[in-house]
Structure formats: structure tokens, C-alpha cells
Design a protein around this ligand. Structure first.
Ligand code: PMP
Length: 395
């Protein structure tokens, strides 16, 4: 097994070396060793990809569609995304030059930040947040500015953004919103977005809008997007991982004005050349004909949300109403203090329930834990029973 030659180990990229590894992943791996643990830690659907989507990809492979796809994506996929955005949000993106296929939203984020950031540019990141953003922004040479939204029920308000832009965020290039949010399940109302948009325009910011959970919104609440208000400065990022249970397919997209899309497409082609053919064809089938799939998934998640939310509330946990995605961000009952890492570790060791400490999601997460309800109802009921034992018996 080769080891790196001595004089080469000094030459590796220092900026990347300094980035910390994902705490969520290490914590999740650590508690996975506990026999019989019920893990509510993972951010991925337990459901499987619907059959018609799989079949479309299989048929595509059998047609020998196995050559480089066009750099921005296959026509079938780009057209399907364009139609979907028109239908779901009433916005038009030209499939010829305003949409680009990506390897999931993860790659879409990397490409988008590389396209807009110069070294040292600031990016406003409302927290608690999916922590991977920090690494991606730093890899692209940017500086994330954390904005704790816990005092506003985890919604970035226009007033708060304006205040940050006058202080630590002065001169920032962009703001990123996750709507619905991982980890809080919060959803921006149309009014919130309208007010935010004004500040975004006033300070001449790019708005990156991560809408990967857009179809998983409950209680008949509706999804709105900044692109309906300020399309000229919004970079919309989305994908199929969550809505269609397609995490392993690695497919997403970016929709943005053509001027920035030129740069985005250029970087995307340097990075990946093109997205896998059959994956794009499966994804075109999903977006084009899969409405029923996410309607069914939504009903399943909504039932699960009810089970876990009522279970937690009975045990003294409080939370800003979760409205979307498949996460609950719950405040630990005060008798357990505010050390969320200690609480989550103890809960795993004593009653075998795995949750993620809230502080891993950035400022404002201290004293909270994130629970994912992308697990079976049986698992969720078991978790609630065990949490009840833990809380009542103060183990
Ligand atoms: N954005 C958010 C908010 C997420 O929670 C995740 C996955 N956990 C991603 C992006 C990455 O998604 P993808 O599988 O499309 O790369």
C-alpha cells in the first residue's frame, strides 16, 4: 500500500485541509455501533424510488444511451424541469440556456458558489443550517457569515438581514436560504419572502435558494420561491433526492438567468462533463410524470410528523411548528440543561435512540436536537416510547 512521499505531504491544499469533517456524520457513525439503536439521524428517505422512474432508466440503458450527454443536460430532462417550474411556481426558465443538470444539489451548490464568489467574498448563512454549506462556501474561497435565526422561530426576517448587512455582513455577495429548512422544517411564507426580497435588492445580493424539499410541505401550506419575486438575482437549486426518494441517483438542477448560467455551465462541464444519461432520463420521468409519487410520500411523512411531534410534546419538548422536509428541531426540556451533545449521547447510550445535537447546525442550535422522521412509523413509535422512558425516569 503506497504512502505519500514525505516532501509531498507539505504541498496539499491547506484551505481544504483546515475544513472540519462533518460532525453529523461522525456522531451518527459513533452511535450506530450501539446494538438495537433506533436512528432518527439520517437525512434520507427510507422509501424506495418509484417503479416507473426505475423502468425509464432501465429502458434508456437498453437503448444503449451511453454516450456523453450535452454539457448542460439532456433535452428531455431540461424540458421536464422547465415545465415543472412553470407548473409549480409559475416561472419560466428557458431549457436551452437557463437550466443546468447537476450531480445532486450538493454539486449544484459547489458550482453556484464557484460561479459567484471571488476570494474573501462573504455569504450570509441563516442558521441553524445544513452544515455542508460552510465547507462548500469555504472551498469556493468565500467566508460564511452565520446569522442566528432562533429568536424568530428560525425564519430570517428582512429586518435581521438588513441589520447584518450593516454590520458583520457588510459588503456580502450573497445570501442562501433553505426553504423548507433542514434542520428546522420551517417554511417561508410569501410575505416573508417579499420582505426579504426588498432587502436583497437594496444590498445588491445574489439569492441562492435551496428548494430540495419543496414538495414536502404539510398542512396544505404552499411553497413559494424568491424566484417568483426577484428572478433576476435568484439562483434556484433543487433536486430529486428527497421528493422522489432518489438520493443515490445523484441528480439535481440549477435554474438561473442566462448571463450567470453561462459561467455556471462552464464550471459544471469542467467538473463533471455531463450528468449520467440514464439518470437524467429517469429523472425526466420523475419530474414529468411523478406528481402522484410525492403526493403519496407527503401523506406518509405527514402521518409520521404527527406521531413524533405529539410524542415529543407530551414529553416536554417544544418546537417552532415543523411545516416541511422531514425533520423536527426540538428544544430539549429545561430539566436536562442545554448541552445538546451530552443529551444526545446520553439518550443514545441509555435508551438507544439516535438524534443529532442541534449545535452541529450552527449558531442558535444549542439546546436543541434534530430528529428525522424519514423512518417507519414502527421505528418512530419505538423511539417515542423510549424517549418517554428516558424523560420520565430521568435515567
Ligand atoms: N440541501 C439540503 C438542505 C440538504 O438537506 C441536502 C441533503 N441532506 C442537500 C442539499 C444535498 O442533496 P443532494 O442529494 O441533492 O446532493
Amino acid at each position: 500500500m503506497p504512502t505519500l512521499a514525505n516532501n509531498l505531504s507539505d504541498t496539499i491544499n491547506r484551505r481544504i485541509e483546515k475544513l472540519p469533517k462533518s460532525e453529523i456524520r461522525s456522531f451518527s457513525q459513533k452511535i450506530s455501533q450501539i446494538p438495537g439503536i433506533v436512528k432518527l439521524t439520517v437525512g434520507e428517505p427510507d422509501l424506495n424510488t418509484p417503479d416507473h422512474i426505475k423502468q425509464a432508466a432501465i429502458d434508456d440503458i437498453n437503448r444503449d444511451d451511453s454516450h456523453y450527454a450535452p454539457e448542460a443536460g439532456k433535452e428531455e430532462y431540461l424540458n421536464a424541469v422547465s415545465d415543472y417550474l412553470k407548473k409549480s411556481l409559475g416561472v419560466y426558465y428557458n431549457p436551452k440556456n437557463e437550466i443546468c443538470a447537476t450531480v445532486g444539489v450538493s454539486e449544484a451548490l459547489n458550482v453556484s458558489f464557484m460561479a459567484i464568489l471571488n476570494p474573501g467574498d462573504k455569504v450570509i448563512v441563516p442558521t441553524p443550517v445544513w452544515g455542508v454549506y460552510f465547507g462548500i462556501i469555504k472551498m469556493a474561497g468565500g467566508v460564511p457569515i452565520e446569522v442566528d435565526t432562533s429568536a424568530d422561530n428560525f425564519i430570517l426576517t428582512a429586518a435581521h438581514l438588513a441589520e447584518v448587512m450593516e454590520n458583520e455582513g457588510k459588503g456580502a455577495k450573497a445570501v442562501i436560504l433553505t426553504d423548507p429548512s433542514n434542520p428546522t422544517g420551517r417554511v417561508y411564507a410569501k410575505k416573508d419572502l417579499k420582505e426579504l426580497a426588498k432587502v436583497i435588492v437594496d444590498y445588491n445580493l445574489f439569492a441562492l435558494s435551496d428548494e430540495i424539499y419543496a414538495e414536502l410541505i404539510y398542512a396544505q401550506k404552499k411553497h413559494y420561491s424568491l424566484t417568483q419575486i426577484i428572478p433576476d438575482r435568484t439562483i434556484l437549486l433543487s433536486g430529486l433526492s428527497k421528493n422522489f426518494a432518489m438520493t443515490g441517483w445523484r441528480i439535481g438542477y440549477i435554474a438561473a438567468p442566462k448571463e450567470i448560467m453561462q459561467t455556471i455551465s462552464k464550471i459544471n462541464s469542467f467538473m463533471i462533463t455531463s450528468v449520467t444519461d440514464n439518470v437524467q432520463i429517469g429523472a425526466a420521468e420523475a419530474i414529468g410524470h411523478g406528481e402522484q409519487d410525492y403526493i403519496e410520500a407527503r401523506a406518509i411523512y405527514e402521518r409520521r410528523l404527527h406521531i413524533i411531534q405529539t410524542g415529543l410534546e407530551k414529553n416536554g419538548f417544544t418546537m417552532a411548528t415543523p411545516e416541511g422536509a422531514f425533520y423536527i428541531f426540538a428544544k430539549i426540556p429545561s430539566k436536562f440543561g442545554t448541552d445538546d451533545v451530552a443529551f444526545a449521547t446520553d439518550l443514545a447510550n441509555k435508551v438507544k435512540v439516535g438524534v443529532i445535537p442541534g449545535s452541529y447546525f450552527g449558531a442558535g442550535g444549542q439546546g436543541f436536537v434534530r430528529l428525522s422522521y424519514a423512518s417507519s412509523e414502527k421505528c418512530l413509535r419505538t423511539a417515542v416510547e423510549r424517549i418517554t422512558t428516558y424523560v420520565n425516569e430521568q435515567l
